[in-house]
Every structure is written in structure tokens, then in C-alpha cells.
Unconditional design. Structure first.
Length: 96
């Protein structure tokens, strides 16, 4: 706990050099800063005036809103099968 408090105090403000990286430029973010921020593999980068802000990407749940959309489709009566039902030759022999 004390180590984390010291890291927060030590790394809350620092100056680092901008380095040439291929045709671009970049910075190296110290590991304690990354650990403290919770940033991992990918970041969202945006510009706010003269500040560059890095944050965790906003990744919504891919199925968010599906239940409500299904209800609306059913209420509209638009939930018929797109393909007609089709069976296999031996389906009559199956015991459910």
C-alpha cells in the first residue's frame, strides 16, 4: 500500500522526451503509470485543447439492446421465419 502511494506521488507529474519512432514520434509510458491507470493493450486517444488524453476504449456489449429490439420486432409482427422450415428425410423417426 505504501509503495502504491509513493508511486502515485512520484509519477503523478513527470517530464519525458518525445522520441522518433520510424516516421512518427512517440513517448515511452513507464510501467507504474500504466499499472496505475489500468490501461492495457489498447487506448482511446483524443485531443482536448493542448492536452493529449489516453483512456480505456469504450467497448459496448455487442448484444446491448438485443432484447428490446426483439420485443419491438415481435410487437410489429415482423418475426416470421426468413427461410421456411425444412426437414430431413428421417426426421419423422426422431424421438424428442
Amino acid at each position: 500500500m505504501l509503495t502504491l502511494l509513493l508511486l502515485k506521488r512520484f509519477f503523478s507529474t513527470m517530464q519525458i522526451k518525445i522520441r522518433k519512432m520510424g516516421n512518427s514520434q512517440g513517448i515511452i509510458i513507464p510501467k507504474p503509470i500504466l499499472q496505475q491507470s489500468g490501461l492495457t493493450d489498447e487506448v482511446e486517444l483524443r485531443l482536448d485543447g493542448d492536452r493529449i488524453i489516453l483512456s480505456r476504449p469504450n467497448k459496448p456489449n455487442p448484444r446491448e439492446g438485443w432484447a428490446e429490439a426483439s420485443r419491438r420486432i415481435a410487437e410489429a409482427g415482423d418475426d416470421e421465419l426468413v427461410w421456411p422450415e425444412f426437414g430431413n428425410e428421417d426426421d419423422g423417426d426422431l424421438a424428442w
